[in-house]
Design a protein around this ligand. Structure first.
Ligand SMILES: [Zn+2]
Length: 282
């Protein structure tokens, strides 16, 4: 049977509409301005917020300038940051302004640690910017008698695979005041101490290397360096739950330092520094 020509036209038009539906929606969004908003790369902004406060100069973190500027402009417009600090450098003044913004949203403690979190950053960007490459610490879980978050858990699982051995945690995260020798580094998320019991010096180094490869700032610590037994201290780069002290250790790691208060040179195995998300995309 031959369809009347008007019926064939109707069928063709319906098919075309369904095929082009996505493009039509995108075009409509562009007309409304929604697709024209700039985007903040959250991974880059959080990385800058850990490194820039530790810099001796005003060097910008590569790849972060445009994103940091968008954040700083939004903070300025909320009267939380003076215009002279809107420069693409996520230094201590911008950290303090971001923490003030987090407090204004009702967050406290780690929720107001000055590092952009996904929820606060999304709110800051309402009608101004979208958030690309969002990151988060995941939920808190118990692991071998200590508490860590699920992002750290995934990172440790991959480090175990690379090292080819089990890793035992001496101390976990979210542990304020748990270990007075840790100077607040374990108060937030992303930080663990790994037992080196029974490991040779070479094994300790290879475990530290595996931890670094998956995105930890990790160091073998000796009794000569502090009031502690041999262990490996590891801080998950770009964990948005990091305490201030742990944020500083990540920044120092990027700057080639050892993460101790004396700010000595890094004494660990050299690897290409990557975050967990960068490692997964490598
Ligand atoms: Zn530690």
């Amino acid at each position: 049977m031959k369809l009347p020509s008007y019926a064939a036209t109707f069928v063709t038009a319906t098919l075309l509409t369904s095929l082009t539906g996505t493009a039509v929606t995108a075009a409509a969004a562009q007309r409304d301005g929604a697709a024209a908003l700039p985007s903040v790369n959250m991974e880059a902004a959080v990385k800058a917020a850990q490194i820039d406060p530790r810099r001796a100069d005003d060097t910008l973190t590569p790849g972060a300038k445009a994103s940091v500027l968008l954040v700083e402009q939004a903070l300025r417009d909320r009267h939380l940051l003076d215009a002279k600090w809107v420069d693409g450098y996520f230094g201590t003044t911008t950290i303090a302004a971001y923490a003030k913004y987090q407090k204004s949203l009702g967050y406290s403690g780690l929720g107001a640690n000055g590092l952009p979190g996904k929820a606060s950053l999304t709110k800051l960007g309402a009608d101004r910017f979208t958030v690309s490459r969002p990151i988060g610490p995941g939920s808190r879980v118990s692991s071998g008698g200590v508490v860590i978050n699920t992002r750290t858990q995934s990172m440790l699982a991959e480090a175990k695979r690379l090292a080819g051995r089990n890793l035992v945690l001496d101390q976990g995260s979210y542990n304020p005041g748990g270990d007075p020798t840790s100077a607040g580094t374990h108060d937030g998320g992303g930080v663990v101490d790994i037992s080196v019991k029974g490991m040779t010096s070479a094994t300790r180094t290879s475990v530290a290397r595996a931890l670094r490869q998956v995105g930890f700032a990790a160091w073998v610590r000796s009794p000569a360096q502090g009031d502690w037994p041999w262990h490996i201290h590891a801080v998950a780069i770009n964990d948005t739950d990091l305490s201030t002290q742990a944020q500083h250790q990540v920044g120092d790691y990027y700057l080639g330092l050892n993460g101790l208060s004396g700010r000595g040179p890094d004494d660990g195995p050299k690897v290409t520094i990557r975050t967990w998300e960068e490692y997964q995309r490598r």
